[in-house]
Design a protein around this ligand. Structure first.
Ligand code: SAH
Length: 284
């Protein structure tokens, strides 16, 4: 497939914005792709999956959407800005396999059921919510461009400042791979920060506890991530949030002396498993 030059992408973007009198909105993280290298890499990652259905979140002017349409049977795009939807519909009128929906992805995500691949140059202001949302959706692979600082939180190791509920929830469900770093000039207008292209693929194993219980335990733990695990669990138990007694303490032994932020993924799963057995009778 042929990709246009950066110059062509940039002039087409500026042309469309002028023609329709659109000023990119900062509060919607509107930074449009103008890098052929990034475009090619995203399309390559998507085409490897030979998707029937690709979902693009935040399709903007439709620059990327068009190329996704070449490598997917069907593309569904969701874009919150109605004006951009009208512009991209015009640009995509010859692509009969593209459907664009006007709306907020965070409100509509439950309606996307049969999706193979999810693609997004993620609107930065929804990065965190979007990632938690993806953990609830079924798909094979997600190809995401994220703000670099945000992406590094996904790769944070236990004990570091960046290690958080987000790190745990993302890594428990997904294998996360860094594809490459992207400078601000991959977008127009250039954002203040650099980005990282990553892929997420769902892990094969299944959690030994149900996801909503796991979510609840991770929330309880990471609300006090600098405290010692035992005191966090005792405190939660004294508030009636969980059952944590002598038996559970015995089973978790040495883990209890660690600080929450030092827990590995495996240890967090272990805590959830032990508490799940003890907490069957407590309603969420
Ligand atoms: N994918 C396009 C646009 C990236 S900019 C490109 O690469 O050129 C991010 C886009 O997400 C913007 O068009 C913005 O309007 C849209 N957006 C922001 N918040 C959104 C939300 N909650 N749901 C859907 N789209 C959103």
């Amino acid at each position: 497939m042929l990709f246009p030059s950066r110059r062509d992408l940039l002039s087409e973007t500026i042309y469309l914005l002028r023609k329709y009198g659109v000023r990119p909105k900062k509060k919607l993280s509107q930074n449009f792709i103008v890098s052929p290298r990034l475009l090619r890499r995203i399309v390559h990652e998507v085409s490897k999956e030979k998707p029937h259905v690709t979902l693009e979140i935040g399709s903007g002017l439709g620059t990327l959407t068009k190329y996704l349409a070449h490598v997917s049977k069907k593309v569904i795009a969701i874009e919150i800005d109605e004006k951009l939807v009208r512009i991209s519909e015009e640009a995509l009128r010859n692509y009969s396999n593209v459907e664009i929906i006007v709306g907020d992805f965070l409100e509509h995500y439950k309606s996307f059921r049969e999706v193979d691949v999810i693609v997004s140059n993620v609107p930065y202001h929804i990065s965190s919510k979007l990632l938690f949302t993806l953990s609830e959706m079924a798909f094979k692979k997600a190809v995401l461009t994220l703000q670099r600082e945000f992406a590094s939180r996904l790769f944070a190791k236990p004990g570091t400042q960046d290690y958080s509920r987000l790190t745990v929830m993302a890594n428990v469900y997904f294998t996360i791979q860094k594809v490459f770093e992207v400078g601000p000039y991959a977008f127009y207008p250039p954002p203040k920060v650099s980005s990282t292209l990553i892929t997420l693929t769902r892990k094969e194993y299944s959690l030994p506890v149900d996801p909503s219980f796991f979510d609840r335990i991770v929330r309880i733990l990471f609300t006090s991530k600098n405290r010692v695990v035992e005191s966090v669990l005792k405190n939660a138990s004294s508030h009636g949030l969980i059952k944590f007694g002598f038996e559970e303490a015995k089973k978790l032994k040495s883990i209890l002396r660690k600080r929450v932020r030092e827990l590995t993924l495996g240890e967090i799963v272990e805590i959830a498993k032990v508490l799940h057995e003890a907490n069957r009778e407590i309603k969420p």
